[in-house]
Design a binder for this molecule. Structure first.
Ligand code: HEC
Ligand code: HEC
Length: 219
């Protein structure tokens, strides 16, 4: 019984992935309302560089690197940090909520365009044996608990699949781990399909740690 339920959960996730794939393929291309990278650069160097690095390669493990991330994803996250009509924001973080308070919708697009053009600096996993355990989850998931392979949505080399599935490759392990936890506790949720919440609730702390270590060296 338990096995069947898990198997059907895996199938639901597989179906979600497929439908999203189709959506990504048929989504209109780069034509509509692109941000202005030069304007984005001005804001980025004046306001964001202290924490995310001038070129979007952050050196502090709690602050995510943004270089090479998809513009659509960055713009979406900036919106998610913003509280609408005094409601709880979709993504809760005191620092970033303060940062986005003064940004207009165009600023958010410009910032997305700027970071998407920056070159991500490759990372190296520090704990090789932990990273090996993480690689198994990244590529194969965990059939026993219904965790799907991360590679299915974030791509085998971690570059993601625009516009919905973010790049993960080379990201700080500490940051990735914190996000998996936030997806589980719903500090970060109410995403269209809630995929990451469903996945994170099935992962052990050990698995989160391992997969984050692997991702930090993925290229
Ligand atoms: C004081 C440090 C600080 C500053 C300044 C700052 N950030 Fe952040 N930023 C963070 C932290 C910490 C996080 C992780 C938040 C979390 O855990 O959810 C973050 C997360 C983000 C994310 C989400 C990345 C992802 O992969 O999902 C984006 C996008 C972002 N910041 C953009 C910006 C932009 C644009 C600016 C300038 C307008 C900025 N940040 C200024 C600290 C900072
Ligand atoms: C069914 C598709 C799917 C699968 C499988 C999947 N993800 Fe995701 N993931 C998403 C989506 C969609 C987002 C973007 C959520 C948002 O817009 O806030 C995301 C976001 C993330 C983020 C946040 C990135 C950032 O920069 O803040 C992390 C970390 C992450 N996923 C890790 C994983 C890991 C680890 C696995 C495997 C255990 C995995 N994902 C499997 C769909 C998926």
């Amino acid at each position: 019984m338990r096995g069947m339920k898990l198997a059907s959960n895996v199938m639901i996730l597989a179906a979600l992935m497929l439908s999203n794939q189709v959506f990504a393929d048929t989504a209109p291309g780069a034509d509509k309302s692109q941000g202005d990278a030069a304007k984005g650069e001005q804001i980025a160097t004046q306001v964001c560089a202290a924490c995310h690095g001038a070129d979007g390669n952050s050196v502090m493990p709690a602050n995510p690197s943004l270089a090479g991330q998809y513009a659509e994803y960055i713009t979406k996250q900036l919106n998610n940090f913003k509280s609408q009509d005094g409601q709880r924001p979709e993504r809760e973080n005191a620092v970033m909520s303060a940062m986005v308070a003064g940004l207009s919708p165009d600023d958010m697009k410009d910032l997305g365009a700027y970071y998407a053009q920056q070159t991500p600096r490759p990372g190296v996993a520090r704990d090789k044996s932990l990273a090996e355990q993480g690689e198994r989850i990244y590529r194969g998931g965990n059939l026993d608990t219904g965790v799907p392979a991360c590679a299915g949505c974030h791509s085998p080399n971690g570059v993601g699949i625009p516009p919905r599935y973010p790049r993960l490759a080379g990201q700080h392990s500490e940051y990735t781990r914190a996000q998996l936890k936030a997806f589980r506790t719903e500090e970060r949720t109410r995403d269209v399909s809630n995929e990451m919440h469903m996945i994170a609730t099935r992962m052990s702390v050990r698995e989160m740690h391992a997969v984050s270590e692997f991702i930090s060296g993925l290229r």
